[in-house]
Every structure is written in structure tokens, then in C-alpha cells.
Write a protein of this length. Sequence first.
Length: 440
Amino acid sequence: MNKAILGFSKLSKEEKIKWIVKEYFSDSSEAITLLKNYWNSDEKIQKLHDEFIENTISNFYIPLGVAPNFLINGKYKSIPMAIEESSVVAAASKAAKFWSTRGGFKATVINTEKIGQVHFIFKGDESKLALFFAQTKSRFLEDTENITKNMKKRGGGILDIILKDKTNLLPNYYQLYATFDTKDSMGANFINSCLEQFAKTLKIEASNYEIFSEDEKNIEVVMSILSNYVPNCVVRAEVSCPVDLLVEKHIPNPKEFAKKFIQAIQIAEIEPYRAVTHNKGIMNGIDAVVLATGNDFRAVEAGIHAYASRNGSYSSLSHAKIENDIFTFWMEVPLALGTVGGLTSLHPLAKFSLEILENPSAKELMQFVAVAGLAQNFAALRSLTTSGIQEGHMKMHLNNILNQFKATEEESVLIRRHFKHHAVSHNAVVDYIENLRKQF
Ligand code: MEV
């Protein structure tokens, strides 16, 4: 097909499906059956999902798993994770168990400030603008009182607004730079509503400001939007134990292990190619919990990667050291999360995940998410610096290969038995299945 369709969003769901399958599928009834197989049998639940976005035609499943035995600040937690990558939940569970007998994870929220900006163009005298802002600052707060009323009752609200002169970077470019505390909500709607009101106030007040010339009165607002970069909304997660206590079946020489583990981190600290993959492993844990709890993983990803580059070069989020024979492994990450509002209460499984976490505050969720990221990083580095990553990964991936080849129950039992004692590789499994099938 090489033509546009007009008014697609206005079609009914059935009409949209009809159009899609007619345009892109040779067997339209098979395609329709596939889409409908993924509909929820409960019409109400399906309608809820249909309405999350525009043009919904079906649901796209991702497994929801649970990694138990996370000892965090002295309390056991089971962590829900929504992720498709085969080894992630297994790795998290393994790391959780490992650290549960070595003091567990410690997590602390360092700060919780969020940021929003009104980006605007002012052509005129900067000192007059600064005076205007000083004289009208309280007006910005008054004009947003309707929006901030409830948030203030919950102990949050606008923390401050400042004027930023960015004209050295872009001619005539200024910002109203505002900071917020949004308590247990992620706060995107709250922040954006405040900012849009600031923009209105800015324009109105400027147009009536007598000291301004006609040009100066005409402030151009370019946009008003929160920033997903939240370097002052940071949580720290940490594990530590005497080096000798790192010993276990796969770590016969803990000193050697700790040394190599720290070297692996040092490489990620100074080498961006490695840092990206290192941090990707951390994001395996972070994204999975963020997604399971109905939070915005794209916002979290963007903010965290910006934070990883804050010193001018992309670097490791995690760090490790040995001091006085104590091995310490830690990470600080910015996380703007919510446990009320948005999808958190709307998506039944997000709500369910939050219940597994015993309905945490946003601060507690920040801690659990950071811990999941650190655990994932520990599991990855432990494998990478000892047996290599493929052994565990391919063991988990075996299921995917069996499904790809539509292995029967009997075949699966035989294949699993064989690969308990043999290295799993795609080719080895395919060869084994083919041989098996030749025999029967
Ligand atoms: C795979 O999803 C993640 C790893 O590549 C992370 C890492 O290399 O540290 C194993």
C-alpha cells in the first residue's frame, strides 16, 4: 500500500482492524483472530486499555514476574517486574538472595525536587526583566493557587521560581525555572499545569508593565514543560560486606572476585562504550519495576542517561570500593516516580504491583526501584567477571528456542535434560531438536 488514510482515528475499533488487515495481511481472518486472542475477555478491562491510547487494536503482552527475597532497609520485599528479557527476573532473584544473607540492601532518598521551565524570548533590557520578575514573582504563586491547593494540603507544591538568563547560549532566550515537590505523585500534570499558568501570567503582567518598552512588553513564550532531568530527585542504593563474606559456590576466591568486580566498574567509569552496556543492565532492573508500577519508563530512562553524562562524559551509574576489607557497591540515580495518580491506580496490574510492594510512598518506591537496578548490575557483573554472561542467559533463553520450534512437552523434557549438562547455544539446541525429530 502506498496511500494515506484520512480519518483513521474516527473509525471504530472493528473498522480500524478491518482496514489494517486488508492493507497488510494476506490472510485477514488469521490476523483478526490473532488480534482478538489478545483482547481481554472482560469487556470493561479491555475498554480501559483501549482508552489508554488512540487507535488501540489489541494488547501487547509483556510478562509480569516477581523477584522475592529482597532485604531492603531491614525488611523483606518481593519486587514485581514487567520485562520480556528472559534472564532478568532470575538474575534479580539470585542477587536478592545473595545479599539477603550479607546484610541486605540499604537505600536512602537524597532529595525529591522536580523541575519545570517556561522557555521564552525577551527582546530588551535584561536588568528591566530582572526587576519585573522580582516585582511580579509573588503573582506567579497567587495565580497558580487553584492548581496548587490540593498539592499544598499534601505537603507539596511549588518550591521556588527563578529567572534564568540564557542569552549567552541563544539570543534573547530566558527561562522561568521552577522547582516543585509533588509528594507521592510523579507530578507531570501538576507541574505542566503550573507552568502553563506561569506562562499566561508572564505574558499578561509583562504587557501591563509600564517600565517595559512596547517591544519588551511583547514576551514570546516558546513552551512550558517539565524537565525529565531531575538531578535533585536522587536515591542511593548500596550493599556492603566484609570481602571474605562474598564467598559462595561460584565465588571461591572472594578477594580475587572483589578486585575484578571493581575493575569492571572502573572500566565502565572511564569507557563510554562499556558504560552504556553496564548502565543498560542497571536499566533492566529499573525499567522492569517502573513499568510494573505504571510509571513512565521513558522519562526515567532519559533522566538517568542525562545524569550518567553529568560530568561531561557518559559514565557508570554504579561504583564500588574496598576500604578496611569492606566491599561496598553503590549507585545514585535520579528517579521521578509516583505511587498515586496517572496509570498507577488506573492500570489494574500496576495497582496490583504496588500492593505487592505494600503500597509504598513515592520515596519508598524510589528505593525499591534503585535496589532492583543495583541488584541487576551486581548479577550482570558477577556473571561477566566469573562464568561469562551467556551461560545463565542461554539457559533462560532455552525456553524461547523451544517455543520457536514448537517443541512438544516430551521433546522439551528431553532437551532440558540434555542441556543441563551441555552448553546452550542456538545452533546446539536446533541440532539437538532436529536429531530428536529424525529419531521419532
Ligand atoms: C543484558 O541485558 C545486560 C548486560 O549486558 C549488562 C552488562 O553487560 O553489564 C549483561
